[in-house]
Design a protein around this ligand. Structure first.
Ligand SMILES: Nc1ncnc2c1ncn2[C@@H]1O[C@H](COP(=O)(O)OP(=O)(O)O)[C@@H](O)[C@H]1O
Ligand SMILES: O=P(O)(O)OC[C@H]1O[C@](O)(COP(=O)(O)O)[C@@H](O)[C@@H]1O
Length: 300
């Protein structure tokens, strides 16, 4: 079974503003709400591609209840832990001449809630896949993903980690199957600005040397670069299309990659389905549909 963990689920409130002017009252031309958070998006896209998963994580308050209801309504099995205080985040995504995002910190996660999560994760068995995705509230230590992987390391579980900075760096020694920072996050992790593809490949190899098996660097409209565990470098551009809302494109790419690998055992196919899934989401108001993913796949 595939399990996704979202420490910090969110309602993504996507608003369009013709011209955003800071320091003024701005009026929207449209608004939509989506059930988000990185692990949840991965579960939704996996479902779209015909793979079941269980969505784990922490929810709080009325927003948390809404997230749980919305995710379940999409046919996804959930096993969230309810926090005693606070509310799950509402992340603001402003579409204007450019995309501006305000991602909230999220509710505090209590020690007993962490213990509950560890108990759920202890039930995973060899052959399961665990996707750890997204930020954690600032009240938690940034070795929390590391603690989880340390606990499960000997069980032959396939780990996928979509996180940044120390949260990601700290887990590399446990040899995650896949990590997917974007090119900006890759640069930030090493305190450098990456100008060329050669630079990106060099630092992606650095992450592989630190332990990651497959390193996928996404580059939005520029596509992605994969260094697979056999040391092969794969490069893929994007299909043509009109960008509607790229929130969740990275999560869709992670889900598509995983589904592509599980179906074919080939990294080149995993990258193709990952790309088609990421672009399908970028070209849709919410996450990409099966039909659009299949159409885009034919173009790659
Ligand atoms: N503007 C875009 N046009 C076409 N495809 C896109 C666009 N933005 C994202 N994608 C697809 O989604 C993938 C992940 O997007 P990216 O924005 O790099 O991830 P993240 O959301 O994690 O920053 C890209 O590699 C690409 O395949
Ligand atoms: O946990 P973080 O890093 O704050 O990110 C949460 C946000 O990321 C998303 O999962 C989208 O992520 P991507 O655009 O990277 O795929 C949103 O649904 C959510 O609001």
């Amino acid at each position: 079974m595939i399990y996704t963990v979202t420490f910090n689920p969110a309602l993504d409130y996507v608003v369009r503003v013709e011209q955003l002017i800071t320091g003024h009252v701005n009026r929207t031309t449209s608004e939509e709400i989506y059930y988000g958070g990185k692990g949840i998006n991965v579960s939704v896209l996996l479902q779209t591609l015909g793979l079941d998963s269980v969505a784990l994580g922490f929810i709080a308050g009325f927003t948390g209840e809404e997230i749980e209801k919305g995710v379940k309504a999409q046919g996804i099995q959930t096993d969230f832990i309810r926090l005693p205080e606070g509310i799950s985040r509402i992340n603001l995504k402003i579409k204007s001449e450019s995309e501006t995002e305000i991602n909230a910190n999220g509710p505090s996660i209590t020690e007993s809630a962490i213990t509950d999560l560890f108990e759920k994760l202890d039930k995973l068995v060899a052959g399961d896949t665990l996707v750890l995705a997204g930020s954690i509230p600032s009240t938690l230590p940034d070795n929390i993903y590391e603690q989880i992987m340390e606990r499960l390391y000997k069980k032959d579980i396939r780990f996928v980690v979509d996180a940044t900075n120390d949260l990601l760096k700290n887990v590399l020694k446990y040899k995650p199957f896949l990590i997917k920072p974007n090119n900006h996050e890759l640069g930030e992790m090493f305190g450098v600005t990456l100008e060329t593809e050669d630079d990106i490949i060099r630092y992606a190899y650095e992450l592989q040397n630190m332990g990651a098996r497959n390193v996928l660097i996404s580059m939005a409209s520029e596509g992605a670069i994969l260094i697979d565990e056999n040391n092969m470098v794969h490069r893929m551009g994007v299909p043509s299309g009109k960008v509607v809302n790229s929130v969740g494109a990275g999560d869709s790419m992670v889900a598509g990659f995983l589904a592509g690998y599980m179906k074919t055992g080939e990294y080149s196919e995993a990258l193709r389905l990952g790309t088609a899934s990421g672009s399908a989401t970028a070209f849709s108001p919410g996450l990409g549909s099966k039909e659009l993913i299949e159409t885009l796949l034919q173009k790659l």
